[in-house]
Design a protein around this ligand. Structure first.
Ligand SMILES: [Zn+2]
Length: 502
C-alpha cells in the first residue's frame, strides 16, 4: 500500500531546469504515490497521523532509474551468452522464446523485474519479444504488475520457429492473432493502478507493404510508445528511421534502441520528430554494434544529441541489470575511444572534455524519463512527480567520502545494488534495509503458488531454477549452429560479413 512517508535530512539529488544536478540537504514528503513537498525542516505538525518518518542522515536520495530498452523475460538465459556475438545470441537466446511456455515467461519476467528493483530501476521500457500468444503476454503483464515495477510493456509480434531441424522460421510475423492480442492488451491497459501500460515493439516497419503498414499504424493509434532496434552498418548501411519517415509515420511516440553510428541526418530527423534513442553499451560493445554511444560521440558535435539519448540494459541474460553500471560503461568506454585519437597524435588528454558523470547520470534518470515519454511525471525529484526513489547508504565502503565530495560520481562510478538501502516505486517501498520485500501476486487474488499469494525472493528463485531446468531439457538436441545459419538465410544476411577474423 502507498502511504505517507517523511524522509528527513537526506542528501537529495535535485535537477534544475537545465538538467544540472545539485545535492541538497533537505526533507522529502511523500503522500500516497506523489512527492508532495520538498524543504528543510518539515515538522511533525505538517504531516498527517500515521506518517512513517525515516531519518535519512547519511543517505543519498536519487530519482529512480529509467531503463529504456530491456528484454525482461530472459532471466533463465543468464550464463548462456558470455562469449557470444550477436548472431550466436540470436540463435541460442533470442529464439528461445519459442520454448518458453506461459509459466516460464511468468518466472523469467518476475525475476527480471525484481533484479531491476534491487538495483534501483523504477521504470522500464520492456521490449517484450519473449511471448507467443495471449496467455504468455498476460503472464508477463501479471508478473510485471506483481513485481511493483513501473513498466511500459511493449507488446511484440513473436518470431516463430516452425522447425528446428531443418531450421524454418515463419516469415509472416503480422498475423491476425497479433492484431487481436495487440487490440485486447491496448483495451485492457493500464494495469496495476496505471503503473503498467502498453506500448508496441517491432523491427520491420520498413519492410511492410503499404496496406499492412497502414493497417498496423491505425491499430497503434492509441499506443503512446513505439520502439524498435536499429544500428547503422556494418552489415547494411540503411537508415530505418528515414525509411519510416518517408512513409509518413515517424512521430514523437518512437523510441529507437541503439542508433549507433547513425548518420547526422538521422539526428536532425530525431529532433524534428521528437524521436528518442536508447543506448545499451554492454550489449552494443559485445554484439558488434559499434560505438561510442551517440550521447558521447564527437561525430554529432553541434547537434545537441544528448537531449535525445537514454540508457538501457537490453539483455540481463548477458549483463547486470544495474543501470548506473551501464552509465559508467557508456562514459568510460567513450572516454577510452576519445583518448585513442589523442594517443594516435602522440598526445594525451588533459581532461575528459564534456564527457561528465552528470550527463551519464542524466541518461539514467531524467533523459530516460523523456525517452519513455514520461518526462512530466518521473525521472527527477520534484513536487508533483511520482514517488519513484532510490536511497543509497552514503557511508557504505563503496560510497563513503565520494558521496560527500561528489554524490553524482558516487552513484555513477562507485555504487552497486549492495549500496541501495531502499527503493520506492509509486510511493510503495519495494526494498528496505537493503533487502527485497516480498511481492504480492497480481491476478485479482486468484493466482497463488503452492497456496501462497506473497512470495519472497527465495520462493521466486526456487521456481526460476525449476523453470531453467525444464527449459534445458527441452533444448537438448537442438543444433544452435544450424539455427544460426538458418537465421542468417531467413534474414538475408551474407555469411561472408559475419566472421571471426579479418
Ligand atoms: Zn534489444
Amino acid at each position: 500500500m502507498a502511504s505517507t512517508m517523511l524522509l528527513k535530512n537526506g542528501t537529495v539529488l535535485l535537477h534544475d531546469a537545465q538538467d544540472q544536478v545539485t545535492a541538497t540537504k533537505t526533507d522529502l514528503l511523500i503522500s500516497n504515490n506523489i512527492i508532495s513537498r520538498i524543504g528543510s525542516n518539515i515538522s511533525n505538525d505538517d504531516i498527517e497521523a500515521g506518517t512513517e518518518i525515516m531519518d535519512c542522515t547519511d543517505k543519498l536520495i536519487s530519482p529512480g532509474f529509467v531503463d529504456t530498452h530491456h528484454h525482461v523475460w530472459q532471466s533463465q538465459l543468464k550464463g548462456r551468452h558470455a562469449n557470444q556475438g550477436l548472431m550466436q545470441y540470436m540463435a541460442s537466446g533470442r529464439l528461445l522464446s519459442n520454448v518458453f511456455d506461459a509459466e516460464d515467461v511468468f518466472w523469467g519476467q518476475l525475476a527480471g523485474c525484481i533484479e531491476m528493483i534491487d538495483g534501483g530501476t523504477t521504470t522500464v521500457v520492456d521490449y517484450a519479444h519473449g511471448c507467443h500468444g495471449q496467455e504468455s503476454n498476460e503472464a508477463a503483464i501479471s508478473a510485471t504488475a506483481s513485481s511493483g515495477l513501473r513498466s511500459i510493456y511493449c507488446y511484440s509480434p513473436p518470431l516463430t520457429v516452425t522447425s528446428w531441424d531443418p531450421f524454418t522460421l515463419d516469415q509472416n510475423s503480422l498475423t491476425e492473432d497479433v492484431f487481436a492480442i495487440l487490440s485486447s492488451l491496448a483495451k485492457a491497459s493500464p494495469f496495476a493502478d496505471g503503473r503498467v501500460t502498453i506500448g508496441f515493439a517491432f523491427d520491420a516497419f520498413h519492410f511492410l507493404p503499404k496496406q499492412y503498414l497502414d493497417m498496423l499504424m491505425s491499430t497503434l493509434a492509441s499506443i503512446p510508445l513505439i520502439t524498435l532496434h536499429y544500428c547503422y552498418g556494418p552489415t547494411g548501411s540503411f537508415s530505418i528511421p528515414q525509411a519510416i519517415e518517408s512513409k509518413g509515420y515517424l512521430d514523437e511516440r518512437f523510441l529507437i534502441a541503439h542508433s549507433t553510428n547513425m548518420p547526422r541526418e538521422d539526428v536532425a530527423l530525431y529532433h524534428k520528430r521528437g524521436v528518442h534513442l536508447s543506448s545499451t553499451p554492454s550489449t552494443e560493445m559485445q554484439a558488434s554494434m559499434g560505438g561510442p554511444v551517440p550521447c558521447f560521440n564527437e561525430k554529432y558535435e553541434g547537434q545537441n544529441v544528448k537531449e535525445l539519448c537514454s540508457l538501457g540494459v537490453d539483455c540481463h541474460s548477458n549483463n547486470s541489470a544495474y543501470l548506473p553500471g551501464e552509465a559508467k560503461m557508456a562514459l568510460q568506454s567513450a572516454r577510452g575511444q576519445r583518448s585513442q585519437a589523442f594517443l594516435d597524435a602522440s598526445k594525451q588528454t588533459r581532461s575528459t572534455g564534456d564527457y561528465t558523470v552528470e550527463e551519464a547520470f542524466n541518461q539514467a534518470t531524467i533523459r530516460g524519463a523523456r525517452a519513455a515519454k514520461m518526462g512530466a511525471s518521473i525521472g527527477s525529484i520534484a513536487v508533483g512527480k511520482r514517488a519513484d526513489l532510490v536511497i543509497f547508504d552514503a557511508t557504505s565502503p563503496a560510497m563513503i567520502c565520494g558521496a560527500v565530495k561528489d554524490p553524482v560520481a558516487a552513484v555513477v562510478l562507485h555504487s552497486s545494488p549492495a549500496d541501495i538501502e531502499m527503493v520506492i516505486v509509486d510511493g510503495i517501498v519495494r526494498k528496505r534495509g537493503g533487502k527485497l520485500l516480498s511481492v504480492g501476486l497480481d491476478d485479482n487474488g486468484k493466482k497463488t503458488v503452492k497456496g501462497r499469494s506473497q512470495l519472497a525472493w527465495s520462493d521466486v528463485a526456487k521456481e526460476l531454477l525449476a523453470s531453467q531446468g525444464k527449459l534445458e531439457k527441452k533444448l537438448e538436441g537442438i543444433d544452435f549452429e544450424k539455427a544460426e545459419v538458418g537465421l542468417m538465410e531467413a534474414w538475408h544476411i551474407d555469411p561472408a560479413t559475419v566472421v571471426d577474423s579479418i
